[in-house]
Design a protein around this ligand. Structure first.
Ligand code: GRF
Length: 199
């Protein structure tokens, strides 16, 4: 069974969804590590509850971003991690980590990429007035919210939606879509054709 690491620094609802899918055997892998850069993050308690080892790395303890990532890489290697799953890790990865795990890092973004990149994807789509937004799972490369797309699911913005109701619907879609994308990857079902992924 393959080892994965989830990187998260916030609430952890996606971590919980992935851990739930592993527990129910909908997803056949082992969450070997939660990598977190914020000591007070709620996701830590969720990892402990799921009996997942927590690796805390504070950026301020390292002289450079490269040193910070090298320390993370050595922890990932000793835990024999084969796939990195970013789930609200609010930090851009540098080429050091991206090249060490090329095509083995994925991210979830709460909008239909390439629209509404960045930290506030849900709010930006809501304020723009688009009728449809959604969720994207994609490979991570050196650019923000940019790598090849694995799965997308549209979400309609309804007339009566508030930012809050839209957020709740987006998160529900995320929690189903992320385990599905991880499953495809772990089963080796994805093929690359240039920047496209076919399966
Ligand atoms: C999610 O909306 C995800 O799309 C984005 O960060 C958020 C993390 O939420 N990258 P949570 O911590 O998993 O609840």
């Amino acid at each position: 069974m393959k080892n994965i690491a989830v990187f998260a620094s916030g609430r952890g609802s996606n971590f919980e969804a992935i851990a739930g899918a592993v527990r129910n055997k909908r997803l056949r892998c082992n969450i070997a590590l939660l990598v977190c850069d914020r000591p007070g993050a709620p996701v830590i308690a969720k990892a402990k509850k799921a009996k997942v080892e927590v690796a805390l790395f504070a950026r301020k303890d390292f002289a450079s971003r490269e040193d910070f990532e090298k320390a993370i890489i050595s922890r990932l290697k000793s835990a024999k991690v084969e796939l990195i799953v970013l789930a609200g890790f609010m930090r851009m990865l540098s080429p050091v980590l991206v090249s060490a795990y090329r095509r083995r890092i994925i991210n979830i973004h709460p909008a239909l990429l390439p629209a509404f990149k960045g930290e506030h994807g849900i709010q930006d789509a809501f304020n723009y007035g688009v009728r449809w937004t959604g969720v994207t799972v994609h490979m991570v490369d050196e650019e923000m919210d940019h790598g090849p797309i694995i799965l997308q699911e549209p979400v309609e913005i309804k007339k009566r939606d508030t930012l809050r109701t839209l957020e709740a619907r987006i998160h529900r879609v995320e929690h189903a879509l992320y385990p599905k994308a991880i499953g495809l990857l772990l089963k080796g079902k994805l093929r690359f054709a240039g920047r496209k992924i076919i399966f």
